[in-house]
Design a binder for this molecule. Structure first.
Ligand code: NAD
Length: 321
């Protein structure tokens, strides 16, 4: 059995690997070759923690496993990140444990890969301004991955806690992009692609602020009750998602669905666009919105790449159970 540390994951898995793994598993999900099992998420009544696991099987890629972990709000004070996770991969032929893989870096890189897959397939080719709503731990990963998808000339950003913006500005600078902190209305007026990655529970971007032709990747809403954009904006957009069942219940679309502004039939799996069974964007004026809810199969896909590359590069520990 292999043990692949956080450090090894960071050393071996790059943005290109994560993009390819996530794009491929979205494709397999849409064609019915890969499926996620029901998610378990519980408040454990200790350390204020939310704990759970996400599991699934990709029959096309032969990846079986689960990601276990959750959110421990007191961790920051201990010098640890609040989100903690570990991926377990099993041999689909025998059920034997194949690898234990650190899941924290992989969560960030697979989440960024999901929005960048959506940008690659849905954003206008001539997109020039990237708008970032959010500046927390995930935001830098999101910005780096998005910056590689189009010839962006500028980043405009807003955050609920403005003191966090300079960190994101430093990432933009590292990517060679001018960075400007702006109000949300201006962000909507300027941005061709908008990524939202916050823990908000109220709409941050309103329908009338967003230009025709914008692509939005709403990545923060992954739980019932969270919300980043105006339900009227979701209703005005053509909506794509990683998994429809999650989009309607725990994703950004949950609010437009509960207000009956859209129905499940209005939401398309991004895998259908990847597979060519849905045309994706149909005009330069269309607003497209990717509801990135985060599925276990994304974690398993990148963990499987991490295990393979770490083993090949001599960066995985081998042990007998
Ligand atoms: P973080 O704690 O590092 O950052 C939180 C961000 O939300 C910051 O930008 C903060 O300023 C902002 N924020 C906090 N309270 C807010 C409020 N009331 N209104 C508006 N903004 C507010 O968290 P992170 O690790 O960057 O994660 C951001 C979000 O993304 C979380 O909600 C997390 O659950 C979600 N997430 C989703 C996926 C997915 O696959 N879709 C994966 C990982 C994380």
């Amino acid at each position: 059995m292999l043990i692949v540390s956080e450090e090894a994951c960071q050393a071996v898995v790059g943005r290109g690997d994560a993009f390819a793994a996530v794009e491929s598993v979205f494709s397999a999900m849409a064609s019915g070759d890969a499926y996620n099992f029901p998610v378990i998420r519980e408040a454990i009544g200790h350390a204020d923690a939310l704990y759970g696991f996400k599991s699934g099987f990709d029959r096309a890629g032969l990846v079986l496993g689960l990601k276990s972990g959750g959110y421990w709000p007191g961790n920051m004070a201990k010098g640890l990140t609040n989100h903690q996770s570990t991926v377990f991969l099993f041999d689909p032929d025998t059920g034997q444990l194949h690898a234990l893989v650190g899941g924290n870096y992989l969560t960030a890189i697979r989440t960024a890969a999901a929005s960048s897959v959506s940008i690659a397939h849905l954003a206008r080719k001539d997109a020039k301004v990237l708008g970032m709503v959010g500046a927390g731990h995930q935001a830098g990963f999101q910005l780096r991955a998005a910056a590689e998808q189009r010839d962006f000339e500028k980043v405009v950003a807003w955050n609920f806690h403005p003191d966090m913006l300079p960190n994101l500005g430093a990432v933009a600078e590292e990517m060679g992009l001018p960075f400007e902190a702006v109000e949300r209305e201006q962000l909507g007026a300027e941005a061709d692609v908008i990524i939202s990655i916050t823990s908000a529970h109220d709409p941050l971007m309103m329908k009338d602020w967003v230009k025709p032709g914008t692509h939005l990747a709403c990545m923060g809403t992954d739980t019932k009750g969270k919300q980043e954009v105006d339900p009227a904006l979701v209703a005005a957009a053509t909506v794509f998602t990683d998994e429809i069942a999650q989009s309607t219940t725990i994703g950004e679309a949950q609010h437009a669905i509960s207000k009956r502004l859209i129905s499940e039939a209005d939401i398309t799996s991004i895998g259908d666009v990847i597979n060519g069974t849905h045309p994706g964007r149909s005009s330069d004026a269309e607003i497209t919105l990717f509801d990135g809810t985060g599925v276990g199969l994304q974690d398993l896909a990148v963990a499987s790449v991490a295990a393979r590359l770490a083993e090949e590069g001599g960066k995985a520990q081998q042990i007998q159970l």
